[in-house]
Design a protein around this ligand. Sequence first.
Ligand code: ATP
Length: 661
Amino acid sequence: MAEPKENLQMEKIVSLCKRRGFVFQSSEIYGGLNGFWDYGPLGAELKRNVKELWWNAMTRQRDDVAGLEATIIMSPKIWEASGHVATFADLMRECPLTKKRVRADQVEPQSGTAYHFEGATDFDEYDNFAKKFPAQNQDQVFDELLRATGNELNFTETVIKLVKQHGSLRTDEIPAMAKTSEERFSVLLSAGKPPESAQKTAKEFYKQRGLKNPNLLGERAQKVENSTDFHPESGALLNEARPFNLMLQTYVGPIQSEENIAYLRPETAQAIFAQFKNVLETSRQKVPFGIAQVGKAFRNEVTPRNFTFRSREFEQMELEFFIKPDEVIEAIHGSVFTVQGSGLENSEPGTPNPEPQPNWGWQAWHHYWVEERVRFYEGIGLSRETLGFHHQTPAELAHYARACTDILFKFPFSKKDAAGNVIGDELEGIAARSDFDLSQHQRFSGKPMGVFDEELRAAWAKLPKEKQDALWKRYYDNRKNYLTKSAKPDETPEQISQQATEDANGLAKGQYIPHVIEPSAGVDRLILALIANAYTETTKTDDKGKSETIYVMKFHPRVAPIKVGVLPLLKNKPELVKKAIEVRDLLRPWMNVYYDDGGSIGKRYARQDEAGTPFCVTIDFDTLGEKPELLDSVTLRYRDDGRQERLKISELRDWLLARIR
Ligand code: ATP
């Protein structure tokens, strides 16, 4: 889909990102590489802050989550088990003219007049044929061939008649309809465009098919309303949709053979599943617990677009939170605490998320993680009003998923609904994925992925027989359903039933495969959301009528790339500079400080405003004791309203730390 040129806000943001060093095009000096972006000095700091905040919130601040840092390239078997090799594909449609591909579900509806062509023949072929006749007959031969074009029978008869009339040609010199393209081609013209431009495009198409001088056949025009069948740029009718695998592949080792194919991971999550047992055993965690990972992921996106929103190389922050299946909760606690009536569903901003409880089922956990993640976004400056939610419908959900809630951010390029409200685009998806992932790795690797739970074993033994039977049956049905849907071609229904029986029998022994809730966020999309959210511009006109646009990036202090600007009032006063450097060195071990002594103080403030620095401190003559009561204090300036106040240097560090953490 064409990037909407009219999206002025995005253009301004992209331009500021480049001008101030947030984001650059990758390989820019060589013309760039589509879908790849580099983070400049400010962007790199912003990104580090975001990842660190996520890591802290998800692991260090919690007892129930452990971290992991796995490799980008892993055994290709992982991607077979996860289903990525077979199904990680987008349905794509190709433009037959430009060969550009678009995602079938992302073609904008268009209206206009479609011009259809049945095929084409080649004028030059006629000409060449005519030239084989005596000079005085050539025009007649050419005209007659032209008149007969489009009807194969007619054409052949005409050729035979001409040869008979004018004699002496061998049959192998007869062109027949040889140089003909019978490929159909259609092109959509928007209202007001002359039909000749459709013919021009069609001729271009047939030239690509080897006709030097195409003569179009069977032209027909048709009105079209809101069709998603035409390429948005060329107008050509798109080819049928075909799947296109999004994994980028490479070879491991010196031989480029089929067996050595490996993939750059398209998500970080699978490493977590593959290492589940190792982490469980080494971290002394017990279900429920999570494993978190931040790292690069790669997808050969067909249409990278909207700046960094859809890139081919990006970073993810993923948590796999392993929980007990509802049957296990019920066996241990008698019932499952679900969301209905739990009070979870009405949690207001500012109220703490409820403490997780041992009797929570998947629904309560799913809800908890959605809330937890929204609170994270609020804590870094994205208010609830800037966010949206999409609860996937049963038709959208993968067969194994119980629920998936996407947290959306209202980007400048986000579409509006019928009522004119901005819908938003996905920042993060929080999916309840059942026990699908661990089960798949168990089946593909042959290694057990289940856990042993003494509490379950003890509780099961005390359950009345009817309860045991009911839970057994539910667990059995779920396992059978999974096993049937994921069956390999050689697996029989009997084998599946036997496996499901074994799995359900495991409950009595305290064994089960954990289910998982997966909050999966994209770092780059979040950075873009933070940049779009922070961006403000105002135009100021001075006394002389000269106007100037002022940009202030209003980042939350937690994510701001630079936390504080340290500015000596004057550069040429060594005492001021010395003191300013002392302040810089005092703060530096604790936060990212920017020392700036170049230009007027107003200019320096403006530079920091554009970088999004929330505070600036100025070292002036009062700092040096010109007013004795202000000795060793600095002017502190707030970015967002320009307010200033006086603060003691001795209090500065703690004052800043309280606001940036
Ligand atoms: P989309 O539908 O937008 O392609 P997805 O549902 O395929 O996204 P997931 O597989 O759930 O995305 O990935 C989790 C997160 O990773 C997304 O919410 C997003 O923030 C991020 N992400 C996925 N693909 C990309 C990409 N091509 N560029 C940047 N971030 C991405």
